[in-house]
Design a protein around this ligand. Structure first.
Ligand SMILES: Cc1cc2nc3c(=O)[nH]c(=O)nc-3n(C[C@H](O)[C@H](O)[C@H](O)COP(=O)(O)OP(=O)(O)OC[C@H]3O[C@@H](n4cnc5c(N)ncnc54)[C@H](O)[C@@H]3O)c2cc1C
Ligand SMILES: *[C@@H]1O[C@H](CO)[C@@H](O)[C@H](O)[C@H]1NC(C)=O
Ligand SMILES: *[C@@H]1O[C@H](CO)[C@@H](O)[C@H](O)[C@H]1NC(C)=O
Ligand SMILES: *[C@@H]1O[C@H](CO)[C@@H](O)[C@H](O)[C@H]1NC(C)=O
Ligand SMILES: *[C@@H]1O[C@H](CO)[C@@H](O)[C@H](O)[C@H]1NC(C)=O
Ligand SMILES: *[C@@H]1O[C@H](CO)[C@@H](O)[C@H](O)[C@H]1NC(C)=O
Length: 521
């Protein structure tokens, strides 16, 4: 291998001007568009769909680094089966727009029964009514209803936020045994990606309320479509005429500069795109790592908000066994209370069970927080060793063979994501949530040119696909109003914003809101 040296640099710099002279068009090309959408995940696609179908804007482009649209909705082939590396559930049915899209596009999903759990400790199966099962029941039935009311009361009285850990303690939950660690893990960390001490008391409960109570149906469905959960996004995009001409794939944005009148983005390959308005949908993790340079620098209120929210980590680890080696219970979830370490391989799910992917031989475990980050820094072999050792505690040393395949995504190490989804720490305020999403470019509303949207900008549905979807629509509405109506808010945008924020009373809009719903599905 030739190592670069100051000698090898000199001839190169001499050659450069000649090279530029030979290929001026490709490297200098500037593409002009009205609206530039940075990132082609759920938010970017929902914004594009709304620009076109709600506001009649046809001149827009999506620039995406990956080879396809979908972002954090990605599947992976294991044997002849596809499994979801990213988003997997439709959380809360009822009013959830993702549920409506999945129905519309026939994306296969099924009821995920959180009551069907087998409990395990280091001693193996913990039976129907062991200490772990009792801890889960106590958290769910006694403690949780109390904290829902208590956090609500704090919010109502304008009292300061606390960590969920403090809130739990004040309601009699001290989490002092491995069984209690695992119960709270199942009912909190597994949803939010971080432990109670790192989570906001008020926002955790608010998030639960808005996704599982206000949607009108607290059911969760797991997507098992063999064409992937991403079909929700791909099919939504396909409803935009000539979408292929509006999407640039495999283009990594390196810098974004904005003024009072335009936004210019450049890509690694040398593409320059100039737009009147832009919507940046990169993840909170990408913004935190300065993977993309913004000039001028983003305002300090936004930088503070970016720093203050958490990009959590939720890592699913998959093994495919020979179906004939089947050693597992056909129960949807296995919960394991490790005696020494909280969060050490606590959540397991077999997919090779009736109604899911029978015959696939696939079992997966989920790690979150620090345990997930640790695994992402180990080799596949090291993680496989730990994974199998825990499985052997569950089912017996001699019952669990080597899998034929073993794989997992490393979300925190991927520069396009840098983690999995947003969690709010104790004390996060609504003002900070506003700063995270506030548009920039100019001093007042008329001049804004660059908007920010994504699951992280959702005040009540952060972390979820339905949050991303709604943020895409409401940001597209604001952009369209500025492009077409001198930033005068249209009724469509008002409704999209209310649908996204759900802080305001929607009841007087009831009928109109319902009329509006078929528009996005
Ligand atoms: C493991 C995991 C499990 C999850 N489980 C669920 C679940 O069960 N239910 C649920 O509702 N939600 C779940 N989520 C959350 C859900 O996936 C996200 O909320 C949603 O997909 C976010 O969409 P987005 O468009 O805001 O962001 P993204 O999907 O991150 O879209 C942003 C896009 O920008 C692109 N990009 C980044 N940097 C650049 C660059 N420099 N240049 C060009 N393009 C770039 C990325 O490739 C990406 O496509 C999960 C997420 C993960 C990762
Ligand atoms: C996949 O399916 C094909 C055709 O049914 C079969 O021949 C092959 O053995 C399967 N592969 C695996 C890994 O199961
Ligand atoms: C959550 O909703 C319940 C009603 O279902 C309400 O009593 C409580 O105050 C809410 N909590 C928060 C934090 O919003
Ligand atoms: C929730 O929605 C699902 C799917 O439509 C339905 O089967 C279920 O009965 C609903 N549950 C409630 C409590 O409304
Ligand atoms: C689950 O697996 C354990 C260990 O193999 C076994 O003892 C137990 O009976 C199984 N439970 C069910 C419900 O099948
Ligand atoms: C944007 O406009 C404001 C006032 O209209 C002006 O003060 C500011 O300098 C402008 N910013 C840029 C970057 O042009």
């Amino acid at each position: 291998m030739v190592r670069p040296s100051k000698f090898s640099m000199a001839p190169l710099s001499v050659l450069l001007p000649l090279f530029q002279f030979l290929a001026p068009v490709a490297s200098q090309q500037v593409i002009e568009t009205d609206v530039l959408i940075l990132g082609g995940g759920m938010t970017g696609v929902s914004a594009a769909h709304s620009l076109y179908h709600t506001h009649g804007i046809e001149d827009f482009l999506i620039v995406e680094a990956r080879h396809e649209l979908g972002g954090r909705v990605q599947d992976h082939q294991l044997g002849n089966y596809s499994v979801e590396f990213g988003a997997n559930w439709i959380q809360g049915l009822g009013d959830n727009p993702i549920w409506k899209l999945a129905e519309k596009y026939g994306v296969k999903n099924r009821y995920s029964d959180w009551k069907k759990i087998d409990y395990f400790t280091e001693r193996g199966w913990d039976g129907e009514d062991g200490p772990l099962s009792r801890a889960v029941d106590r958290y769910e039935e006694e403690v949780y209803p109390q904290i829902v009311a208590d956090a609500g009361r704090r919010k109502e009285l304008g009292m300061s936020d606390l960590s969920l850990r403090a809130g739990l303690r004040m309601n009699g939950w001290t989490a002092s045994t491995p069984e209690e660690w695992t119960a709270e893990y199942f009912l909190h960390d597994w949803e939010s990606g971080e432990p109670p001490v790192q989570s906001s008391y008020i926002k955790s409960v608010e998030s639960y309320n808005s996704t599982f109570v206000e949607s009108g149906n607290a059911t969760n469905n797991i997507v098992i479509d063999q064409a992937g959960y991403k079909q929700v996004i791909l099919r939504h995009a396909a409803e935009i005429p000539n979408i292929n001409q509006k999407v640039h794939l495999n283009e990594v944005i390196t810098s974004v500069s904005y003024t009072n009148s335009s936004v210019t983005a450049t890509t690694k390959s040398g593409l320059t795109i100039r737009a009147k308005k832009a919507i940046c949908t990169f993840s909170l993790g990408v913004l935190q790592h300065s993977d993309v340079t913004f000039s001028p620098q983003l305002p300090s209120s936004k930088l503070e908000a970016i720093a203050n929210f958490h990009m959590a980590t939720y890592t699913k680890i998959f093994a495919r066994f020979r179906p004939e080696d089947k050693f597992w219970n056909e129960t949807e979830f296995w919960l394991y209370a490790d005696p020494d370490e909280r969060g050490y391989y606590p959540m397991w799910q077999p997919l090779d069970i009736p109604g899911f992917l029978p015959g696939s031989g696939i079992v997966f475990a989920t790690l979150t927080g620090q345990q997930a980050i640790r695994a992402e820094h180990q080799s596949d072999e090291e993680v496989k060793r730990e994974f199998l050792a825990v499985l052997r505690r569950l089912y017996g040393e001699d019952k669990v063979p080597e899998p034929v395949e073993f794989t997992f995504p490393r979300w925190t190490r991927d520069p396009l994501f840098r983690g999995t989804f947003t969690n709010c720490g104790a004390g996060v305020t609504t003002e900070q949530q506003e700063a995270l999403k506030a548009p920039v470019g100019g001093d007042h509303d008329r001049e804004r040119t660059l908007w920010f949207a994504g699951e992280h900008t959702s005040r009540k549905h952060f972390g979820y696909l339905h949050g991303a979807f709604r943020e895409g629509r409401s940001s597209a509405g604001e952009v369209a109003d500025c492009l077409l109506r001198g930033c005068q808010q249209s009724e469509e945008t008002l409704i999209a914003k209310r649908d996204a924020e759900e802080f305001m009373d929607l009841s007087h809009l009831g009928k109109r809101k319902r009329m509006y719903v078929p528009d996005y599905v």
